[in-house]
Structures are given as C-alpha cells and as structure tokens.
Ligand binder design. Structure first.
Ligand SMILES: [Zn+2]
Length: 293
C-alpha cells in the first residue's frame, strides 16, 4: 500500500474520521535523519498526526507542530499542508533507550514531559493561529487527543503507530483520528470505546494488510461515508534562495569570518538534510548585497 489519507464521515455527520498509512513517509524520515528506532517512532507518530492535520486544512494553508518535552530526543518539529506534503525533524535522532516495561519502543521516555505541544497554523490571515497543551503522556497519540479536546474543543480519539523492523527500517506506520461533533449520543460513544478496547493496535492491523478504511469501519457504528483520498509524501520546501536569505541575515562580519576560516559555508537543511555549499566568491556577492542595503 502506498501512503494516503482518507477522510470520512459517519453518524449523519456527527463524526469526522481520518485514516492513514504513512509507511513510506516515516521510512523516508528515518533514512534522511539516520534515526534510531525510538527516534523514528516518535518523529513518525508526530508526522503521521501532522499529515492528517494538514488534510484538515484548506487550499494553501499550512501548519507546524512542535513537541518540546524534557526528554533526550529534544524537540520534534513537523510541517504539513493540505496537499499531503509533510516534513519533520528532531533535535537528537540518535537517541537510544531500552524498550519500555511492556517491551515497546519508549517514545514517552524519548519525548519526556514537563513541556508543551504547540500547533501553529498559517491560515493566510494576518496572525497565525496558535494552540498549545501540556504534554500529558509523551506517547503522542494521547497528547494529540488532549490537544484537540482542550485547544480546539473537539473531543477526539487519536490512534497512531510506527512499527520498526528487525533491520531498523520502517515496517508499517499509520493511524486514525475520530472527532466527535455535537449531537453524538452516549450510546454511540460507548460503542466506539468498546471497539477501541477490542481491536489490535494500528500497526498490527496495518501489517496484516488491513486498510485505513477498514480500520475506520471496525471502530465506527453504522455506515461510514468515504470522501477524498489524498496521497501523502515527504516534501521539503527548502531551496538555495532561502538559505541565501539566512546567510544575509547573519550579517557581513559573520560571512567574512566564514570566508577566512572555512573558505566558504556549508548549510544543511534541518528538515531534509540536503546540503548547500556556498563558495568564498558566492559569500562575497552576498556581502556586497548586504552593504548595498
Ligand atoms: Zn530541506
């Protein structure tokens, strides 16, 4: 299965649902960042939820998620847009921890607590939308559910998982989000809660070949209406021009010392790890630009 997100509704529009498979995206993140299994799982879970949150946006809108706990992974940053394009990085992709008490990758240990989950949405308005909640678990699924409920006032269930294979590549990744809108009955909620407690985890289902659509149908009472299906992919928006802007912002003095000490500058994009080299000559041109201002 290649990566996609499917959007669905059920219960006469009182329930909004999203299902996704993101194996390719998370494997690309692992590969680009040379990430350990636990860093891959943490970054992959955040990127999977980010991909779905991107699809909740419209047109050219975009969002950034920052997870800043006190754990050894540092900060996790995810960018996503309405077209299914996602990129992500974490401060320390080399973090390595023993498996947790139930024998799983210790995502909560890597992320830590005593911190916040931030969501910044660029909706094309003057000021971006900003929401944040305290990190309550560090496993991320629960934290995003808390975010939707607290910050966006939409009670939600978030299931997200990354299964890393024996050779450390990503075997499967994906997830779902169910959002309860006003009018959902207690009976309908109980039905969903019961199903959630019964079905295997997302990664078990996906590795058996269960589609995101079928996962949603197994959780939701009644008919599930599927709407658009959007492909998901890694995409970084960095380019040489933007990095020239970064260099210019450092100022002429800093650029001169780069020429003297390193005979140029090599910049690495945090998100995609692509490298950009600027020769002394190219730096001189940027210095001229600064001085002409
Ligand atoms: Zn990049």
């Amino acid at each position: 299965m290649s990566d996609y997100i499917v959007r669905a509704t059920a219960l006469e529009g009182k329930l909004r649902a999203f299902g996704t498979i993101t194996t390719g995206l998370v494997e690309e993140l692992r590969n680009r960042h040379n990430a350990t299994p636990v860093a891959t799982a943490a970054m992959g879970r955040a990127a999977t939820v980010g991909a779905i949150m991107g699809i909740m946006l419209k047109g050219k809108d975009r969002l950034t998620i920052q997870v800043k706990g006190n754990g050894p992974i540092g900060q996790i940053v995810v960018d996503a847009n309405a077209e299914g394009e996602v990129r992500a990085y974490c401060t320390n992709p080399q973090v390595d921890l023993p498996l947790n008490s139930i024998g799983k990758l210790d995502v909560a240990g890597a992320v830590g607590r005593d911190g916040f989950l931030y969501v910044i949405k660029d909706l094309g308005l003057k000021e971006p939308y900003r929401g944040s909640v305290e990190i309550i678990s560090g496993e991320l699924g629960e934290d995003f559910a808390y975010y939707f409920t607290q910050s966006e006032q939409t009670p939600s269930v978030v299931g997200v998982g990354v299964l890393v294979d024996r050779d450390y590549t990503v075997k499967v990744a994906g997830g779902f989000i169910l959002q309860l809108l006003p009018g959902v009955t207690d009976e309908e909620i109980s039905y969903i809660e019961e199903k959630l407690s019964q079905i295997p985890g997302v990664t078990s289902l996906l590795s058996e070949g269960t589609t995101p659509e079928t996962i949603l149908e197994r959780l939701i009472p009644g008919e599930v209406k599927f709407h658009e299906k959007v492909p998901v992919r890694f995409r970084c928006s960095c380019n040489r021009e933007r990095l020239e802007g970064v260099l210019v912002s450092l100022g002429a003095e800093e650029l001169r010392s780069m020429i003297e000490e390193d005979q140029g500058a090599e910049l690495v994009c945090s998100f995609c790890k692509d490298k950009y080299f600027f020769s002394s000559e190219q730096l001189e041109t940027l210095i001229d630009q600064i001085q002409q201002k």
